[in-house]
Every structure is written in structure tokens, then in C-alpha cells.
Design a protein around this ligand. Structure first.
Ligand SMILES: [Zn+2]
Length: 125
């Protein structure tokens, strides 16, 4: 990304950082909620337990997603620092400002991201 985009880079950095702290706050709140649930006295029948386990699974999936999003944001912030932010990690072409404003943690241009996702979806079939 060239120096004429410094102010845009600063605002993208800001949105990355605010997203990261929002996710951290969410995870902390989820952890606290889970801690509180575990402190509950044991009570209820199997159905209650099943309900609780289901909730735990949902939480875990959510936590997993949020950790993944945080890792992507942290990686993007590292790229801001080393100057490679805004360049596609696959082809090296600019990711594009519009795409970065929509997805500040994007590490690939739209074309490479599409290829990447189709590779993954084929693999999981
Ligand atoms: Zn690319």
C-alpha cells in the first residue's frame, strides 16, 4: 500500500483494533457467563443437563469462531506494522480499498479468496 493511503491505513487500523477489543470483551463475557453456569448447584434431570450441554456446544462453536476472527485481525495488524497490509498474501496484488473497508482483516484479494474457498470446500466434500 503506498504512502498516499496513510490516513486510510490509519482508519483501517483503528477499525481492526476496535473489532479486536469488541471480540475480546465478548469472549470475556462468555467466559464469565460460563463460569457462573458452572458454579450453579447441581440440580435438575437429564433434560436440564442435555439443554445445558447443548448450550455449551453452541458457546464453544461461537468461541471458536471468535478466536478465529481475532487471529485474523491480529495477523492483519501485524501486516499493518510490517507494511504488507493491503497486499494479497497469495498473488501480491492490492486487495483493494473497498474490500478492506468492508473486511479489514481480509488477507486476499477477492479472486484469490474465491479460489481459496473453493479449494477448501472441494477438500471437505
Ligand atoms: Zn490475490
Amino acid at each position: 500500500m503506498d504512502t498516499s493511503t496513510n490516513s486510510q491505513l490509519a482508519s483501517l487500523r483503528q477499525s481492526l483494533e476496535s473489532r479486536l477489543s469488541a471480540l475480546q470483551a465478548e469472549l470475556l463475557a462468555a467466559q464469565r457467563a460460563r463460569g457462573a453456569a458452572q458454579d450453579e448447584p447441581e440440580a435438575g434431570d437429564t433434560k436440564d443437563l442435555a439443554d445445558r450441554l447443548q448450550h455449551d456446544e453452541l458457546d464453544e462453536a461461537q468461541v471458536h469462531r471468535e478466536l478465529g476472527a481475532m487471529a485474523a485481525i491480529e495477523a492483519a495488524l501485524r501486516r499493518v506494522d510490517d507494511g504488507s497490509y493491503g497486499d494479497c498474501i497469495d498473488c501480491g496484488e492490492p486487495v483493494g480499498l473497498a474490500r478492506l473497508q468492508l473486511l479489514p482483516a481480509a488477507s486476499r484479494c477477492a479472486a484469490c479468496q474465491g479460489l481459496h474457498e473453493s479449494r477448501w470446500s472441494r477438500r471437505s466434500e
